[in-house]
Design a binder for this molecule. Structure first.
Ligand code: NAP
Length: 285
């Protein structure tokens, strides 16, 4: 029986065990996927133990996505650029790390690629997930400009500095997110992406955009949050006739990509999607 896992803290709410174990079952694979709640000070010893025990691969989540780098033998370009690893493969005792979050972003936005090419992008938030979003936007979509609006401007500036060399022809601008700034920036944006936790349960009534802001029907609004599935931002976008994309597809595709890297088989997403959707619905009702 092959062993896979996710390590993070806290980890009790992770949907990864549900996704992967059901996928193994559907495909008739003898494998199991566990969740390990690991504190930062336990990370390196736990990873060493799991490797010693022959774990085939594991996911890494908050707060270990950066700290894991020192336990790995190699990482690929995506993980290097994003500065975070969420998927590890055990290759005969040597650990290889990659990042499938950007693939999840790519899969979420790919159906709208024609509208994103040469478009202005407004991204709210400058934390961990913003890094995967920037990587995918710059590598996969060629927008004309990206504007980061966030709470702590220094974080946005650090991101801009880090990612600008990936695509020097696509300017990355930074602003402190205020009502006035957002009101102005939304006017020229075609794609609006929320990478901040504003609107996440239990604060479902909050939105990262000021109340009454004019969302237009030609805009695409992508909210990374998946609890709730329908955020206030997505509801406002849909009510304005805009295209609204939630965080569920990103969640599913990052997991599906890890699964494929480990097993060489596609995760049966048509069967996994309703399962995860139901688990999320029951959690927020
Ligand atoms: P994070 O590392 O804590 O970053 C959040 C960022 O949002 C920070 O830069 C923070 O600013 C900023 N922010 C907070 N409040 C703000 C506000 N009112 N206006 C503007 N910016 C604000 O969090 P994360 O890991 O990136 O996760 C963010 C969200 O994405 C979470 O809801 C998470 O569940 C979701 N997510 C979804 C997926 C998926 O697969 N769909 C994957 C990853 C994350 P400060 O620096 O000042 O705190």
């Amino acid at each position: 029986m092959k062993h896979y896992a996710i390590i993070g803290h806290p980890i009790a709410h992770s949907l990864s065990p549900l996704m992967h174990n059901r996928a193994f079952e559907i495909l008739g694979r003898k494998a199991r996927y566990d969740a390990h709640d690991i504190l930062p000070e336990e990370l390196s010893t736990t990873v060493a133990r799991l490797t010693e025990e022959g774990i085939a691969g594991f996911n890494v989540t908050i707060p270990h996505k950066h700290a894991i780098l020192s336990s790995l033998a190699t990482i690929d370009e995506a993980a290097q650029q994003i500065g975070a690893v969420n998927t590890v493969v055990n290759r005969d005792g040597l650990l290889f790390g990659t990042n499938t979050d950007a693939y999840g972003v790519f899969q979420s936005l790919a159906p709208f690629a024609d509208r994103i090419r040469q478009a202005n992008v407004l991204m709210i938030g400058a934390g961990g997930s913003a890094r995967a979003v920037l990587f995918s936007l710059l590598k996969d979509f060629a927008p004309s400009e990206i504007t980061i609006a966030t709470r702590t401007i220094a974080k946005a500036e650090a991101l801009a500095l880090h990612f600008q060399p990936l695509a020097p022809g696509i300017p990355i601008r930074t602003f402190t997110a205020s009502k006035d700034v957002l009101n102005t920036l939304i006017g020229s944006a075609t794609l609006v992406i929320n990478t901040s936790p504003v609107g996440m349960a239990p604060h479902d009534t909050a939105s990262p955009l000021p109340a009454g802001i004019g969302i237009r029907p030609d805009q695409v609004v992508f909210d990374l949050i998946y609890t709730p599935l329908q955020t206030t931002l997505l509801r406002d976008a849909a009510a304005a006739g805009a295209t609204a994309i939630g965080g569920l597809e990103m969640l599913l595709h990052q997991g599906a990509r890890s699964f494929e890297i480990w097993t060489g088989e596609r995760m049966p997403l048509d069967q996994i999607r309703p399962l995860v959707t139901e688990a999320l619905r029951s959690r927020t009702h």
